[in-house]
Design a protein around this ligand. Sequence first.
Ligand code: NAD
Length: 502
Amino acid sequence: MAKTNKKTEAEQPVQPAKASGLFEYAPAPESPAAAGEIATSYGHFIGGRFVDSSGSEALKTVNPATEQVLAEFAQGTEEDVDRAVQAARKAFADWSSLPGSERAKYLFRIARIVQERSRELAVLESIDNGKPIRETRDVDLPLVAAHFFYYAGWADKLDFAGFGPNPRPLGVAAQVIPWNFPLLMLAWKVAPALATGNTVVLKPAETTPLTALRFAEICRQAGLPDGVVNIVTGDGRTGAALTAHPDVNKVAFTGSTPVGRSIAKQLAGTRKKLSLELGGKAANIVFDDAPLDQAVEGIVNGIFFNQGHVCCAGSRLLVQESVQDELLDALKRRMGTLRVGDPLDKNTDIGAINSAAQLARITELAAAGEQEGAERWAPECELPGAGYWFRPTLFTGVSQAHRIAREEIFGPVLSVLTFRTPAEAVEKANNTPYGLSAGIWTEKGSRILWMANRLRAGVVWANTFNKFDPTSPFGGYKESGYGREGGRHGLEPYLNVEALDV
Ligand code: NAD
């Protein structure tokens, strides 16, 4: 595009919402007391009861919005992991021989209890993770319940799911999850595992163990037989002990690509079935015929939802050159209205960064963006004093070689690149080692299909972004992992579908 001396609107400073007087909100805080009682310290949940660790090391989980310690929890030892796997093994015989319709009753019961206790769980999740209550209340918790309802429905229909005449559970499933959607990632893993007749040992992330521990109480409330779900807390050492345990039959991991790679190496040559849900660097592609206001909402949702701590976040905006200025003006105006702050305030759009370590990583990558020559922009906004915060940020003038265009930032940072033709958009979108998701914004259905056929991404959204549904499979290509969670496809990683047992 020809350069003129006239400053485009995109180059003018954008006033924050407060200064413009557009949206003045009174505080609308949710009560932290709604989270229920948080114990000062937690052990593991093994064989249907909370037990002490065999070791003495304890970790702390903090509220990332205040840096206050919420609770201590056990650093699981190899012995703890072994006890949990043994409990799951013991429970497997009875659980797997229950008729599917009986297993379904437990799952339906769990789903209903999650619904009944959803306010408590939403507040607890916000406190432990830092994500806004509006999201835990309206996205995480409804989806958690929906996953249990959905897989409850499959439990007695496995013979008709299209996996051959004799689908069988695998045995004990070792499940390791990250901190960005703690309870939702648990639901994605536990619901299909139980529906298919497996028993589970799950390890939550070390910065967000509280909702998994509360879920243990829900299992008890639902009368789930002892040992069907076991929860062992701790950091990566506990995770490694669990995935390496010789008596687990299935490993399901969601987390970073480097750890996924190490687990794949660890399991090579064993008979354990493995599924990996790893990182991403999705392209959100906007064509010049897209409804731009709608696209702006999709871009904001794509990268600022959950502070950008989203594996499938639309972290690379690919915008057609002819609408770049118009789109960026609108996007900056919209970013200026985002409210960053107290996760428990119902008006908050962007909450706290989950941990000091994650904040340091985001800060480092954003600094690298500037050093490599991209132009940084963020709206003015006041950040709270304590806690971990990062303003919604965008970079223009980004080249494909820049680190901020290649590496997963996992924070509220958007890298903007441009393209001229659909072929160039595909080329740039696919130019990443990841392949988890992509978004397309255009009025033309034929263009959506043309693009979707060429994008190497497990999920492609059209004229929307970050839409999740338990009936829809989710998973990656390339370094984003393998295996699918959700939908009918999400049953298969937990089933032995061989005709014969060999
Ligand atoms: P992480 O890989 O550091 O940790 C994930 C989990 O693995 C944690 O519970 C951790 O304790 C455990 N762990 C660490 N080292 C381990 C080891 N050697 N063996 C076994 N377990 C180990 O990732 P994170 O920082 O917690 O999460 C962020 C990452 O997760 C991002 O890369 C994100 O893209 C990815 N993610 C992917 C999906 C998906 O569905 N593809 C969903 C959410 C998050």
